[in-house]
Design a protein around this ligand. Structure first.
Ligand SMILES: NC(=O)c1ccc[n+]([C@@H]2O[C@H](COP(=O)([O-])OP(=O)(O)OC[C@H]3O[C@@H](n4cnc5c(N)ncnc54)[C@H](OP(=O)(O)O)[C@@H]3O)[C@@H](O)[C@H]2O)c1
Length: 255
């Protein structure tokens, strides 16, 4: 599928998967705008990739998102591609009453409420675009629950189902809806989860972006790099087996 030049907004594009996707779109001549909460992180990316545009913007803050909509309209005449990539993963033991409830709600805010908010406010720009795409970055854990991160698993399966539900709704407006469901990728998020003991070798983010690009260019709607393909299949063929395989250690032992 040949892509016309697009204006691409990537939330959480200052590191990890978002940054690798940003490089990919830049390499193909698209205009790329990245956001994040930490301005100095974004400025470091800008120093390395001068063509990229950076905006400090928190996906959980209504006022930040509204301002971003105005800025993108003013500076770029609107966007064509919205990539809901920003996300966090907390390891939580639901059996521990000392858990920080606000931290769990924040995870839901960033991973699930924010993509809904972003689409809501960017919908007019996407409708105006002749080449609109919404890309939601969920996770292979949308197919098989990961007990060590129960809130994360819930948000990613919610994002997966929301994405499937809105796809036919946005079709009449010519907004293509793509879901990227990465498996374990070598980023700060995966390091924080300390998945080393689980014999999972994280995929380099640039390799993940290569797989994404190949499938995205072919027009695929659900992109499942690496282990995610197996998780999808096994969740249908042998759901109990794959759940047990993934959850040999259900309670987080660190952090
Ligand atoms: N790594 C994996 O194994 C893996 C697997 C499957 C899916 N994913 C998904 O891939 C996406 C990217 O994660 P990653 O692995 O690349 O982790 P990462 O390197 O930690 O990147 C996450 C990015 O999100 C930004 N972010 C977090 N909260 C934000 C907020 N409230 N507003 C705006 N930006 C925010 C962070 O920047 P600031 O802190 O500066 O805001 C950061 O740049 C996430 O949705 C994650 O769930 C990751």
């Amino acid at each position: 599928m040949k892509q016309a030049k697009q204006k691409v907004l990537i939330t959480g594009g200052g590191s990890g998967i978002g940054l690798s996707l940003a490089r990919k779109f830049l390499d193909h001549g698209h205009t790329v705008i990245i956001t994040g909460r930490n301005l100095s992180k974004l400025e470091k990316v800008k120093a390395e990739l001068p063509l990229i545009y950076i905006f400090q913007s928190d996906v959980t803050k209504e006022e930040d998102v509204v301002k971003l909509v105005e800025q993108t309209r003013k500076e770029f005449g609107g966007i064509d591609v919205l990539i809901n990539n920003a996300g966090i993963m907390n390891l939580v033991d639901a059996g521990n009453e000392a858990n920080d409830l606000q931290k769990q709600f924040e995870e839901i805010e960033i991973n699930y409420h924010a993509p809904i908010r972003m689409l809501h406010y960017f919908l007019p720009q996407l409708k105006e675009s002749k080449n609109a795409t919404l890309i939601n970055v969920s996770s292979g854990l949308a197919y098989v629950t990961f007990s060590q991160a129960p809130v994360y698993s819930g948000t990613k399966s919610a994002l997966h189902f929301w994405t499937k539900a809105i796809r036919p709704q946005l079709k009449p407006y010519n907004i293509r809806v793509v879901e990227l469901l990465p498996s374990v990728v070598d980023t700060q998020l995966a390091h924080n989860a300390d998945l080393k003991d689980d014999n999972l070798t994280p995929m380099p983010p640039d390799k993940m972006a290569d797989i994404f690009w190949k499938d995205y260019s072919k027009g695929k709607e659900e992109i499942t790099p690496g282990l995610s393909k197996q998780l999808k299949l096994m969740s249908r063929l042998a759901p109990k087996f794959i759940f047990n395989q993934l959850n040999k250690k259900p309670i987080p032992t660190s952090k």
